[in-house]
Design a protein around this ligand. Structure first.
Ligand code: 5GP
Ligand code: MN
Length: 335
């Protein structure tokens, strides 16, 4: 609960903040927003991550201070774990021995913290960090505002996704008042491709296939493509097939080892890909989820496409709610 987090911040002083492996805009923006909040209160704090920040987030205030490490190698009063579905997602050894504070906006998160603050109505954990600033009486400086705005911008898909609410825009507006220049952030986050990334994008897009219905697309990234891409990451590539009007769900299979594929799923509207991911031991949000698949390319694709077809059919039959739907809302039982 928020009140427990406030009390803890007031009474303790030596903190660490971490988030999931391969951090994204919400995990980095929220972690760094919290970092500046704690700094303003005179606390000792560091951000520790298993993986370095992608290029798109290098301009975030504090990004260069993120320490990459494989294990929690110090004793903290508390470690904040930002937007992780379970204690293994940060990929840090010895984390479970610390006093853990779980902050997340996924309703499906495990309550693995000593303190758990979960708000599934928040479009991004960034919104929660903004609320925390208000709750502890910290001024929203330009640093905090830029971090939180980046979290909102990326987790709502530039305010496109159905998790975007009136509150999201209200907070975004406050952040602009606090000094955020939206064009500057958008430029840093979205126009940050390297030439290698453009080449990787063209290779991956050349594998795009649609199923017989034309409503489901698949993409592949082989180990060879990853090697040719150098240090280019695949972030955002999964979204390209969504620009086809008729496409309702996408599976992007990235070969991790021969026969093992990290898979990103995306969908539109009522098509629930979190449910599909869960069937393969993964999870996520209704419209953005992930899991791991095994077998040959064809076997893996066949399995995922079959379940996506069911999800698309179920989605087409679902009642459209007139309320804005939250990404992290509890989801109805599959019948
Ligand atoms: P992405 O495709 O961008 O890697 O992940 C999309 C969403 O699915 C994110 O919210 C991410 O946290 C979640 N996700 C991806 N892979 C997994 C997984 O293996 N397990 C769980 N629980 N969530 C995942
Ligand atoms: Mn998030």
């Amino acid at each position: 609960m928020l009140s427990q987090v406030v009390e803890l911040i007031e009474h303790k002083r030596f903190f660490a903040i971490t988030s999931h492996m391969r951090p994204d805009g919400d995990s980095l923006g929220s972690s760094l927003g919290l970092y500046w909040l704690l700094r303003q209160l005179g606390k000792s704090v560091e951000v520790i991550m298993r993986d370095p920040a992608p290029q798109a987030y290098h301009k975030l205030p504090g990004a260069c201070e993120v320490r990459t490490t494989q294990k929690v190698d110090r004793e903290y009063d508390a470690v904040f774990v930002i937007e992780c579905s379970d204690i293994t997602r940060p990929g840090l050894e010895n984390l479970e021995e610390q006093f853990v504070v779980n902050i997340d906006h996924h309703s499906t998160t495990a309550l693995f913290g000593t303190v758990n603050w979960i708000d599934s109505t928040a479009s991004a954990v960034g919104e929660m960090i903004y609320n925390l600033c208000k709750a502890v009486g910290v001024r929203v400086t330009r640093e905090i505002a830029e971090c939180v705005y980046t979290a909102l911008l990326t987790d709502t898909g530039s305010f496109h996704y159905s998790n975007t609410t009136e509150r999201t825009f209200k907070i975004a507006s406050e952040l602009v008042r606090a000094g955020v220049r939206p064009a500057k952030i958008a430029e840093a986050v979205f126009n940050s491709y390297s030439w290698n990334k453009l080449s990787l994008l063209s290779e991956v897009l050349s594998t795009a296939r649609q199923d017989a219905s034309g409503r489901i697309a698949t993409l592949r990234q082989s180990l060879a493509m990853t090697a040719r891409g150098g240090n280019a990451d695949e972030d955002g590539i999964v979204n390209y097939p969504m620009s086809v009007g008729k496409i309702e769900a996408v599976a992007f299979l990235k070969e991790h080892e021969p026969g093992i594929y990290r898979t990103s799923l995306r969908s539109k509207g009522d098509v629930n890909v979190a449910r599909v991911a869960e069937k393969f031991g993964g999870g996520g949000h209704r419209n953005a989820a992930g899991c791991t698949l095994y077998g040959t390319w064809e076997e893996a694709e066949e399995k995922i496409v079959a379940l996506l077809q069911e999800a698309v059919e179920r989605g087409a039959g679902a009642q459209h709610s007139s309320e804005p739907e939250e990404l992290g809302q509890p989801q109805e039982t599959v019948v």
